[in-house]
Design a protein. Structure first.
Length: 496
């Protein structure tokens, strides 16, 4: 007898979505999370009456037939309270502001205002983005595992080959920068930095190294729909966890699984307190960098997992975060005029990281889950090289410098911001290594390269009986919809 049908290690959105679907399918599920928060980087932090979103991402995937919309529909849950955003974000560049609209008509009008000479070519570029994104959606909505893995999936894959998917072939070995050359846009500094900012936000790399299909998938996704979710993405995580428990499953926070071993009678996993749990099947929602830490030595030698060990040497970003609780006098706008997501790029000749580019999100004026009346919860995030945060001599200086740099930039665009801050908390790679945990503060996904293609993305199938993996390195991009999709794919395979 097993304690559970399926044990899931890690309560990121991928683990939560896998657990939710498997519970719906009738399996007895146990979900173990090392930290005290659900949703990992899409979770939350609560201090002194403020709830801080752990990331600055726009709410996506709740449009009709979107990933999260479909998940909620499958399990019969009402959608969370949310508001559609006509403006995706304001992008603050060194020489002006670009307002990124959701509707194509408004977005093209904004392009014509900022780029009167080049806007026609820019519109042609975005039309190509939208056409290609439509073809990619056909593949994504089939929930295909990546890469190729089991022969029984071949009929499903071949059924997608049609005149539309053939049009994706030119994009497989090209970058976004290669496609920009077609439209003679590769040297437009302002437009290129705008695009690079969006690609860094979703794909973690810039046009020069971003595979075209990945970049186009990210750029078109913003225009499908964008939402502000009441209470932040943590509300979604709580919905999914509550569903698992309602179905009779267990969600165990502050339970770090330190070992997992395959026995004749199934999987044996042990937490930090030495408690043993057994399950017939196991899903690891760990970062790929952390998988080796818990598996028995005999399993670490398996080809699939050994290959992942080599992949751990690939470059990944860490994040430097600021969580600020403020009074809202600095914003002073009506709710319908409130742009809640912003991106700052301070200098054109510096990288899109290390405080030069950062994201800034604030809670809605009437969201009292996130902040008390007349106050705002704010999250600021920049990508950073995690390796540099382990030098004691540089740690404090870098922390103070990045904090001052980003607060100064926001205050320059929103006078009074720095004076409005009542509470500020930093989050560094060292912090995330300790509390989430992320090995050495590394993010869970890898930085794509110009050589990346669909077949290089990890499947959820491990090659080991009754062991699956789901995480954001298993699919496109680095945001919530992708991780949810990874979890849904894993659940469908486990259930088959």
């Amino acid at each position: 007898m097993y304690d559970f049908d399926i044990i899931i290690v890690g309560a990121g959105f991928d683990g939560l979505s896998a657990g939710t679907l498997l519970s719906k399918y009738g399996h007895n599920v146990a979900l173990f999370e090392a930290s005290n928060d659900l949703g990992r980087r899409s979770g939350n932090l609560e201090r002194k009456g403020f709830r801080f979103s752990a990331e600055t991402a726009v709410g996506m995937g709740f449009e009709e037939n979107g990933v999260l919309f479909n998940l909620y529909k499958k399990i019969g849950l009402p959608l969370p309270v949310m508001t559609k955003l006509p403006v995706i974000m304001d992008v603050h560049l060194p020489d002006g502001k670009i307002r990124y609209y959701k509707k194509k008509r408004n977005w093209y009008r904004e392009l014509s205002t900022h780029f009167p000479k080049e806007h026609a070519r820019m519109i042609d570029f975005f039309e190509e983005v939208f056409r290609t994104g439509m073809y990619l959606d056909e593949v994504i909505h089939q929930h295909l595992p990546m890469p190729k893995q089991k022969f029984k999936k071949i009929p499903k894959i071949t059924s997608l080959i049609n005149r539309h998917t053939f049009k994706l072939i030119p994009f497989v070995n090209q970058t976004v920068a290669d496609r920009l050359k077609k439209f003679n846009l590769e040297n437009n500094k302002e437009f290129l930095h705008f695009l690079n900012g969006q690609l860094m936000e979703r794909i973690q790399t810039t046009a020069e190294n971003c595979p075209a299909f990945l970049g186009y998938a990210a750029l078109q996704a913003f225009h499908q729909d964008a939402f502000y979710i009441q209470g932040g993405l943590a509300s979604v995580a709580h919905d999914l966890a509550a569903f698992i428990e309602k179905q009779g499953g267990k969600v165990k926070k502050q339970n770090k699984i330190v070992s997992a071993e395959r026995k004749e009678n199934g999987w044996h996993v042990t937490n930090q307190h030495g408690e043993l749990f057994t399950g017939k099947k196991l899903i690891l929602n760990n970062s790929l960098h952390n998988i080796q830490e818990i598996l028995a030595p005999s399993l670490q030698k398996k080809k699939f997992l050994n290959h992942k060990t080599k992949e751990a040497a690939h470059e990944t970003w860490g994040t430097f975060m600021l969580y600020a609780g403020c009074n809202d006098e600095f914003i002073n706008k009506k709710p319908e005029e409130d742009v809640l997501y912003h991106q700052f790029i301070q200098e054109y000749d510096k990288p899109h990281s290390e405080g030069n580019q950062f994201s800034f999100s604030l809670s809605a004026q009437n969201d009292y889950i996130m902040a008390p009346n007349h106050k705002r919860s704010i999250t600021i995030s920049t990508y950073t090289d995690p390796k540099q945060w382990w030098n004691r001599n540089e740690y404090k200086d870098k922390n103070n410098r990045y904090t001052d740099q980003m607060i100064y930039a926001v205050t320059k665009r929103f006078p009074g911001f720095s004076e409005s801050i009542e509470l500020i908390l930093p989050g560094r790679p060292v912090t995330f290594n300790r509390f989430i945990p992320r090995q050495e503060g590394r993010g869970r996904g890898y930085i794509p390269t110009r050589k990346s293609n669909l077949l290089q993305y990890y499947s959820s199938y491990s090659g080991i009986d009754d062991l699956w993996v789901c995480n954001q390195a298993g699919f496109l991009g680095d945001e919530t919809s992708s991780t949810v999709l990874s979890g849904m794919i894993a659940a469908e395979q486990v259930n088959n």
